[in-house]
Design a protein around this ligand. Structure first.
Ligand code: SAM
Length: 196
């Protein structure tokens, strides 16, 4: 899968655009800046946006190509981000993040719960957890995302996945994605917001 992502990110164009995800932006804009973790951050669109708002940004992804594009975007925006190339299960940190955003972080079912359990430990108590990903209902939509039902989310699956949150809202929405060439058009997404 790493080769797949490196190939996708080898193009000059940003696969998911350079603007932040709309849900992420809407939640982040009114918050006071703190420390944010962006797992599977790809080409850095959300990392650079958060850094522009004054957040201390740590991002990671398994893809070197993603890191390269993200650092270029940060350089052009004149902001600083920390970005590691590492597999999610190998990433290590202190539990000091105020916010973690999982943006379209779809993985095979066998590693799904272990990855999210591992990463959620890096959120500090009272921290905010956000997630957006494609719903199983998006399979026939053609607006992007995994084409295997096992890799997609349902509201119930996210409730289980993030059950270490004290307050957790999970919902499905039909939205219009306009995020680069690979996330385009009408899509069913699952969104979640919780507090540890
Ligand atoms: C659809 S992209 C989303 C990128 C970014 N979050 C965004 O919304 O623009 C999914 C990303 O997950 C990363 N990824 C998948 N499995 C991973 C893993 N086990 N560890 C780290 N990154 C992973 C891929 O390399 C890819 O960049």
């Amino acid at each position: 899968m790493k080769d797949f992502w490196n190939q996708r990110y080898a193009a000059d164009e940003y696969a998911y655009g350079t603007a932040p995800n709309a849900f992420f932006k809407a939640v982040l804009d009114p918050l006071p800046p703190g420390r944010i973790l962006l797992p599977a951050e790809g080409e850095g669109r959300n990392a650079v946006y958060a850094a522009k708002l004054g957040w201390e940004v740590v991002a990671f992804d398994q893809s070197e190509g993603g890191q390269k594009k993200a650092m270029k975007l940060a350089h052009e925006a004149n902001v600083t981000i920390t970005y590691y190339v590492v597999d999610a299960l190998e990433y290590k940190s202190e539990p000091f993040f105020d916010l973690i955003f999982y943006g379209f972080f779809h993985v095979p079912p066998i590693v799904l719960q272990p990855i999210y359990d591992h990463l959620n430990t890096f959120l500090k108590p009272g921290g905010t957890l956000l997630l957006e990903g494609f719903s199983k209902n998006n399979l026939s939509k053609g607006s992007g995302g995994p084409q295997s039902v096992a890799m997609l989310f349902s509201a119930e699956s996210i409730l289980d996945l993030l059950d270490d949150c004290s307050k957790l809202e999970v919902w499905e929405e039909e939205t219009i994605l306009n995020e680069g060439p690979y996330h385009q058009g009408s899509a069913y997404v699952i969104r979640a917001q919780g507090v540890k």
